[in-house]
Ligand binder design. Structure first.
Ligand code: FAD
Length: 432
């Protein structure tokens, strides 16, 4: 039997942006909290690694835009350097098409997406349909459908036949930016912002403390970590739903809540940063943005920091990421280099550094960019998760009312959860 090693009003499990933003909110309200994090660092799906040149690069969440108010305000308040993503020049698709055809394909794929989003998620006519089922019924040209599929698999990172149509519509409607989401990254890395938030938490943050079990009663919880039990009035499980589903709860969670946590599957992404001596694509009036029509889920964009730092970020998402993860680093590099040469020419082989981060089946986040609901009947899952089983509460970017699956969504989700817990604690204090 472990003994109680510590007490706090609230324990927050997970120091991703959801957990960090909840913690800062509780701190502002004067509520005592403890954040326990499994990894040796904060940030979760936001992470920075050093590439072979010793440069710090974002290997997880990185980009944002001015239509995402919380992340923009936070980065400004912390004095971060906004690096504008280079987008001038031609966006190309491979196998190559004329600029006019590419533009038309993109517009038609977007039109399919807009048509999809005009359907009401609760329309009985779409009951039981996956996105793939719906797409098959559309009358668009094969090229436009392939463009739509590539766009959706690249953004949500699961095959379309797994994703319920109502879920994608509901999710996509919450992603409301009009400015492209790749507009900015931070010169100091997004991870540095997570570190700044963590530094405000002082010793109320405990890294290297994976939570193994949560015991819960009517008015208290006990959270078990390798160091012992932490007793609190409430716990906020700030981890993605599919990861939360793997935690042990005693007693077991109510069946509807267990079921709601069990209907999610993590997307699959490998993120790569390819450094060059020069941004050679710009010399040919190319933006560096490439979408491979023959390889859905593969996408590249310019990620240069300044004139002296030329780089492309390459993402492979969805089923292809699961296949390419088996290649190993050397073969993955060869595969990606060959694709970049196809699209951008022989200079793409003159790589100065190639770094990759495989997020498929990540131990503590499940995958990336986010978990998605894969049960066509699970319309109530988010509502049930958000209600939680007080004093056990749940939050993650996935269940945010705005920008689910983004850092912005995580900040919003954390704040909402903290407000809910704060009010529950206030109610219980006034009632006792
Ligand atoms: C490769 C990649 C690229 C992305 N690109 C972008 C982008 O450009 N822009 C954008 O806005 N978003 C992007 N995202 C998504 C964004 O990073 C996430 O939506 C957001 O960071 C999620 O935050 P979160 O706190 O909800 O979850 P997480 O970041 O997953 O945080 C959960 C935390 O809980 C911890 N944890 C899990 N289990 C336990 C346990 N048992 N005990 C204790 N701790 C535990 C984890 O270690 C983690 O720190 C990207 C993600 C990835 C991986």
């Amino acid at each position: 039997m472990s003994s109680i090693v510590e007490r706090a009003d609230v324990v927050i499990v997970g120091a991703g942006f959801t957990g960090l933003s909840a913690a800062l909110e509780l701190k502002r309200a004067g509520i005592d909290f403890l954040v326990v994090e499994a990894r040796d660092r904060v940030g979760g799906r936001v992470e920075a690694i050093r590439n072979g040149l010793g440069e710090l690069i974002d290997s997880g969440g990185q980009f944002f835009c001015e239509d995402m108010p919380e992340i923009t305000a936070l980065a400004r308040a912390r004095g971060k350097t906004f690096v504008k993503t280079y987008v001038d020049g031609e966006f190309i698709t491979y196998p190559s098409m004329s600029a006019v055809k590419t533009e038309r394909m993109y517009r038609t794929a977007m039109a399919i997406r807009e048509r999809m989003n005009r359907i009401e998620p609760d329309d009985p006519a779409i009951t039981g349909l996956s996105v793939a089922d719906w797409l098959e019924r559309q009358q668009d040209e094969a090229d436009a459908k392939a463009g739509f599929r590539s766009m959706i698999e690249g953004l949500w990172c699961l095959p379309l036949h797994k994703v319920p149509l109502w879920y994608l519509i509901d999710n996509d409607r919450r992603i409301t930016n009009e400015v492209p989401e790749l507009q900015y990254s931070l010169g100091e890395t997004m991870q540095s912002l997570a570190d700044d938030l963590a530094s405000d938490l002082g010793d109320r943050l405990r890294p290297n403390e994976p939570v193994m079990r949560i015991e819960h009663g009517v008015q208290s919880v006990r959270v078990a970590t390798p160091s012992g039990l932490i007793e609190a009035q409430a716990v906020l499980v700030a981890v993605p739903p599919a990861t939360a589903a793997k935690l042990a709860f005693a007693p077991a969670l109510p069946p509807a809540l267990s079921k709601a946590l069990g209907v999610w599957e993590s997307g699959a992404v490998i993120k790569m940063l390819v450094r060059y001596a020069r941004p050679f694509w710009r010399e040919r009036d190319l933006s560096g943005m490439v979408m491979w029509r023959d390889l859905p889920g593969l996408f590249a964009c310019d990620a240069s920091q300044d004139a002296g730092h030329a780089a492309l970020t390459v993402f492979v998402g969805g089923p292809r990421a699961l296949r390419w993860r088996q290649l190993g680093e050397t073969a993955l590099r060869a595969e990606v280099t060959a694709r970049l040469v196809d699209a951008l020419g022989p200079q793409a082989a003159d790589i100065v550094d190639f770094s990759s981060r495989d997020w498929t089946n990540d131990r503590w986040s499940g995958g990336a960019y986010s978990d998605l609901i894969v049960d066509v009947m699970a319309h109530d899952a988010e509502r049930i998760i958000l209600a939680g089983a007080p004093p056990v509460y749940f939050a993650a970017s996935e269940v945010s009312p705005s920008f689910p699956g983004y850092v912005e969504g995580a900040i919003v989700a954390g704040r909402i959860a903290a407000a809910k817990i704060q009010s529950a604690i206030a109610t219980s204090a006034s009632g006792s």
